[in-house]
Design a protein around this ligand. Structure first.
Ligand SMILES: Nc1ncnc2c1ncn2[C@@H]1O[C@H](COP(=O)(O)OP(=O)(O)OP(=O)(O)O)[C@@H](O)[C@H]1O
Length: 259
């Protein structure tokens, strides 16, 4: 299933947050979204996920979701959102409880997804017994359990320390190489964007408009072998971001200025 975002605009009251955003998310690809603080990245993700209705434009699902998909558009948030009193397996099973599945089918999905995310040995652990990185792996497992057509990831690694972030980034890469999932990945981190993104959407300061869509053709598995190319992309993205971030910063200080 592809997602077509067409002429998407959004306002909160009198404030325009997004302006005429057009992007296609192709099946099996990761599209990263970057842009200065407050430019509307999370809003764009919520509009794509159907949590809010845009004031202009549309998001179209083109093609079919996987036939067994229980929730075609599934979120992964930065704060894991696990229930502390439920085990790892219990947290994953939670998202299946609203669906008409018998106990055996549910257990099969949970075991399958724990194996795919290499969490089987931790199935009975409680969230408080796990590191931040492992908790986020549980959140990823839980999202995969509903067999999404597209994962909507809002800064999924930003609550983690830098080493854990790197480990989880590698985890996500190897998961993508095995499963070719589709994702929209909001991040502030240019390293994550150039390591994970097939395409990187750079938004301008608010109201977020598309400044540029950067395509990276190097396959994900080959990127670490070509650090110069990654660095070139990272520098290009920073040039785009820098101008926007500086202008956004200026606007904030101007609004705060005494008359
Ligand atoms: N529910 C809401 N009601 C009113 N204004 C909102 C609402 N949600 C977001 N905004 C405003 O819309 C703008 C965009 O917010 P959004 O969270 O989408 O930006 P962002 O790019 O994800 O920011 P950040 O990088 O800081 O996470 C901000 O000015 C924010 O204050």
């Amino acid at each position: 299933m592809d997602l077509h975002v067409r002429h998407l605009s959004h306002r909160y009251g009198g404030t325009e947050v997004l302006h005429d955003v057009d992007v296609t998310i192709a099946d099996g690809q990761i599209v990263c979204i970057i842009g200065p603080s407050g430019c509307g990245k999370s809003t764009l993700l919520r509009l794509i996920g159907g949590l809010e209705r845009p004031t202009g434009g549309a998001v179209m699902q083109v093609g079919d979701a996987p036939p067994d998909s229980l929730n075609p558009l599934t979120y992964i948030f930065q704060d894991f959102a696990l229930l502390p009193w439920r085990s790892v397996a219990g947290n994953v099973a939670l998202v299946l409880e609203d669906h008409r599945l018998d106990r055996a089918a549910r257990a099969e999905i949970v075991e399958d997804v724990l194996a795919r995310t290499r969490l089987s040995d931790f199935r009975d652990a409680l969230p408080r017994q796990l590191s931040g990185g492992m908790r986020q792996r549980v959140a990823i497992a839980r999202a995969l359990a509903v067999r999404p057509a597209c994962l909507l990831m809002d800064e999924p690694l930003s609550a983690l320390d830098s080493q854990t972030r790197e480990l989880l980034l590698e985890d996500l890469l190897s998961l993508w190489l095995r499963e070719r999932f589709t994702a929209i990945y909001v991040t502030h981190n240019l390293e994550e964007a150039v390591r994970l993104g097939h395409r990187i959407v750079v938004l301008s300061r608010r109201p977020g408009r598309i400044r540029e869509i950067v395509a990276i053709d190097t396959p994900l598995e080959a990127r670490m072998a070509d650090p110069q190319a990654l660095d070139r992309h990272r520098r290009h993205l920073w040039e785009l971001m820098r101008e926007e971030a500086m202008a956004a910063d200026q606007e904030l200080s101007e609004t705060g200025r005494e008359p």
